[in-house]
Ligand binder design. Structure first.
Ligand code: IMP
Ligand code: MG
Length: 174
């Protein structure tokens, strides 16, 4: 048996995304913003963020895998989709569902910096600072959460529960 408990209610998630969108819209009002999401987890957060932003943004995606069908990170990050456009002159904002060990985002940020965009910042809906294995920090975080396994708003357990509209804690029970 397993269960899911509500950690962050839908209205709180949506309000926080609006706040992040307002901050980013002000900071980047001079334009040329490219939001880069990391599939699959980014989709619900990134699209909500883009729609709440009051400035035009372009979107693109990379894909990375670090977890398989488990709640423990494998420790390896596999890039399964790269960008196929130039980042020259773009103000890149990387959007991610959760910052956990920091391995995925530190690798992806390095790959993006190699392409010499005008700027790069990182926004993550959730952050589990206790789990970090490196010094990586996001520039903007929706919510800091404890070391639990979160689902919903793009976060999955074995590809399930990404579409939950609240952030929940997934628990295995016996
Ligand atoms: P990191 O490279 O360890 O920071 O892990 C980042 C990726 O691991 C995230 O993009 C998620 O796909 C996955 N992940 C980390 N923590 C959780 C969680 O609590 N629930 C679901 N997926 C998670
Ligand atoms: Mg992910």
């Amino acid at each position: 048996m397993s269960s899911i408990e509500v950690l962050i209610e839908e209205k709180d998630v949506r309000n926080r995304i609006k706040e992040l969108a307002a901050v980013l819209s002000e900071k980047y009002k001079d334009g040329d913003v490219l939001l880069i999401g990391i599939l699959n987890g980014c989709v619900f957060f990134m699209t909500a963020l883009a729609q709440e932003m009051s400035i035009p943004v372009e979107i693109d995606f990379m894909a990375a895998q670090s977890y398989g069908a488990s709640t423990e990170s494998s420790g390896h990050v596999l890039i399964t989709k790269e960008l196929d456009r130039s980042l020259k002159g773009k103000n890149v904002i990387i959007a991610e569902d959760i910052l956990d060990t920091g391995r995925t985002l530190s690798l992806i940020k390095e790959m993006i910096l190699d392409q010499e965009p005008a700027s790069v910042e990182v926004v993550a809906l959730l952050d589990k600072p206790d789990r970090r294995v490196n010094s990586f920090q996001a520039d903007y975080v929706g919510f800091k959460i404890p070391n639990v396994f979160a689902v919903g708003w793009g976060l999955d357990y074995d590809q399930k529960f990404r579409d939950l509209t609240f952030v929940g804690v997934y628990k295995e029970e016996d």
